[in-house]
Design a protein around this ligand. Structure first.
Ligand code: C2E
Ligand code: MG
Ligand code: MG
Ligand code: MG
Length: 286
């Protein structure tokens, strides 16, 4: 992933530049974005299709680029994958989410909603991650830790399972939730499931996308749901794009879902109205 980071980076026209210069300019752009406040968070709802309740939202970072408009994380996160700036951005994300939760609470929004943030592996590996999280939570005393969720990609950087599980346990004891994101895409999914104390497993959207047309993907989705059940973890499907996806998942016993078929990520200001007006699709009631 360290190599692909450079290749996947499209912020600049790389045609006439050498890779090192591009990397340096990219880092400068991200530095400037942090200093000038060009980063924003959008939020995507997560629902329980069976009970018809909104269970939470996931914060997803974007960069408001002065010339290029709103950029998705694939355009800038790979550049800083192994840079200390990803820790700085990660703390900005948590702090912003805690501020946002406070604001939503002050507006009287349904308080049962959990807001999750994506955590970079380098961030989670910091020996003092739990202490830093404690400090951030302390700065937002109105927010109960159970309203914050952390999502960690199971694809990279968790190799020292012993170390990571210690940090995760320290966070869990603060009361926050933990999810294994993009579950099933890494080489060590089963080891992580077995050894890491995450409450929630997120079935990767690549399996969900084709589960209705590809029996291998369907088998993986079924398998992950069964595994989650055996390990007494919650399971949520990502990338639920259609009624058919939702119905199939409900039949398989996976009630929690997130995806364009329910809602696209949206600015924070749109969330209260969305939550207040959301109705589960009648066709899900099977
Ligand atoms: P993720 O955490 O797995 O988030 C889901 C991604 O899939 C999001 O893309 C979301 O917009 C997209 N998505 C949601 N529903 C659907 C659907 O039904 N169909 C399809 N095709 N896509 C869907 P996004 O926002 O571009 O984020 C991509 C990845 O970037 C995230 O994947 C996460 O790994 C990372 N990321 C996003 N925000 C942050 C952040 O604040 N910090 C860190 N470290 N990583 C982040
Ligand atoms: Mg995520
Ligand atoms: Mg994911
Ligand atoms: Mg993903």
């Amino acid at each position: 992933a360290k190599q692909s980071g450079k290749n996947r980076f499209h912020l600049f026209d790389t045609a006439h530049d050498d890779a090192i210069k591009v990397q340096r300019e990219s880092l400068e752009t991200i530095r400037r974005a942090l200093d000038k406040g060009y980063f924003v968070l959008h939020y995507q709802p997560k629902v329980n299709m069976k009970t018809g309740t909104v269970i939470g939202v996931e914060a997803l970072i974007r960069m408001q680029h002065p010339k290029r408009g709103l950029l998705n994380p694939i355009e800038f996160l790979p550049v800083i994958e192994n840079n200390p700036m990803s820790i700085e951005i990660g703390e900005w994300v948590i702090d912003t989410v805690l501020t946002q939760i406070t604001q939503w609470q002050q507006m009287g929004l349904n308080l049962q909603v959990n807001t999750s943030v994506n955590i970079a592996a380098v961030q989670l590996q910091q020996p003092d991650f739990a202490q830093r999280l404690t400090t951030l939570l302390a700065a937002h005393p109105g927010v109960e830790p159970r309203f914050l969720g952390l999502e960690v990609l199971e694809t990279s950087g968790l190799d020292d399972v012993h170390h990571v599980s210690k940090i995760m346990n320290a966070c869990l004891s603060l009361g926050v939730e933990f999810a294994l994101d993009d579950f099933g895409t890494g080489y060590s999914s089963l080891t992580y499931l077995r050894r890491l104390p995450a409450n929630l497993i997120k079935i990767d959207q690549s399996f969900v996308r084709d589960m209705l047309i590809d029996n291998n993907d369907l088998a993986i989705v079924e398998g992950v749901i069964a595994l989650a059940k055996s390990f007494k973890r919650e399971v949520i499907a990502e990338g639920v794009e259609s009624i058919e996806h939702g119905t199939a998942l409900l039949k398989l016993g996976c009630n929690l879902a997130q995806g364009y078929g329910i809602a696209r990520p949206m600015p924070a200001s749109d969330i209260p109205a969305w939550i207040n007006s959301w109705q589960p699709d009648a066709r899900w009631q099977i």
